[in-house]
Design a protein around this ligand. Sequence first.
Ligand SMILES: *Cc1c(COP(=O)(O)O)cnc(C)c1O
Length: 479
Amino acid sequence: MSSPNAESTAFRSALEVIRAVEPRVAGAIAAELTDQRESLKLIASENYASPATLLAMGNWFSDKYAEGTVGRRFYAGCQNVDTVEALAAEHARELFGAAHAYVQPHSGIDANLVAFWAVLADRVEAPALEKARARHVNDLTEADWFALRRELGNQRMLGMSLDAGGHLTHGFRPNISGKMFDQRSYGTDPRTGLIDYDKVAEAAREFKPLILVAGYSAYPRRVNFRIMREIADSVGATFMVDMAHFAGLVAGKVLTGDFDPVPHAHIVTTTTHKSLRGPRGGMVLCQPELAEQVDRGCPMVLGGPLPHVMAAKAVALAEARRPDFADYANRIVANAQALAEGLLRRGANLVTGGTDNHLAIIDVTSYGLTGRQAEQALLDSGIVTNRNSVPQDPNGAWYTSGIRIGTPALTTRGLGTAEMDVIAELIHTVLSQTNAGSNADGTASKAKYALDAAVADKVSRQAGELLAGFPLYPTVDLT
Ligand SMILES: *Cc1c(COP(=O)(O)O)cnc(C)c1O
């Protein structure tokens, strides 16, 4: 443990140094802490990293170029970067029981690109090189290179549909993954909202993807990765899991056995800043046969790594290996379930009827609202959420019909199941007192809404009182 005042002193001193150069930046940093402290944050993808993790990022590691891998850099003088990168990878391997960890990706999307290109290199490029008896792509003839590039661009991916909770980076057209791959998606059962593994198997048999992707950012249930791997194997696909959202639940051993992706997937990607509670960044875990290709993430997809962020990853992963992190992960799920039950008891509709992970999706059509109206009305009332599609969403991806709520952040703050019931009451109060508005021509608006200011104020006050009992960063006093 650091001494009681060390954290306050560290952040206060840092702000003093910054203030001397550009006071508005120092002001914005301090204001961000105030805003975070005052907002009831139910955004499922956010969290609060520890002071040690935050401080590990603000230093001269940021000045260093370190292209390459530990011990094999293109720049001299990387011994200290080697130390932190090796430590972060070691903690990641131990924490997740992974054969290999690559901690350079700057974000979740980068981690996915590294994974896609590692698989393409292993399954498309390497055989083409072998066939041409070339050791390196530079040794290919123009004609062979042209043919290989066409083949790389003609591969298939099967991933979860966006409205069922999948992610843009799993082959959707607005993202580069959708331009790289011919993509098809599997959804969820329209009646239950659950993944129908028989349907996934059927889609895989028909489509024969090179990569089968599992993982989500808005699916409130566990995924059986053993079954998904069997499906991948049955069609010769590489099985990839993007655990960006639920890595903390894997780290904390809430998701084990069939629900732990690491023993089942060929390759696993994640962010480090969501339920894992580390710095903003990404990471790839993989089986030994993909390790060499994954380590080529730079220069394939990435430029120089961010050594200051890798240092923070090492700190956060060390924290996640401590026994109290498992307790934290269990409380995340207990809180999500308490919140879901509190809402259900008050008459809300939830996609799949509840949750067994860290998030839930409220279908707000039963309140006569779109996701957009609900999100804004909650925000007016001091409750920060985000709108989200529901399966077969009648309001489309912009207005949506859902509100996604998640508990990693509030659980870090120390709120428990009793507080979740209070929050369920606040959410239900706002949603049931909000009315959808209409356009000038009398048609229903998907954006306008009316909420009595007195209700919004009262809920805001109650939310503030609730949070006051659970100070955020209690060891950090900037005054
Ligand atoms: C958040 C998320 C990402 C993207 O992470 P960034 O760090 O924002 O790039 C990728 N995949 C899934 C499933 C996610 O939830």
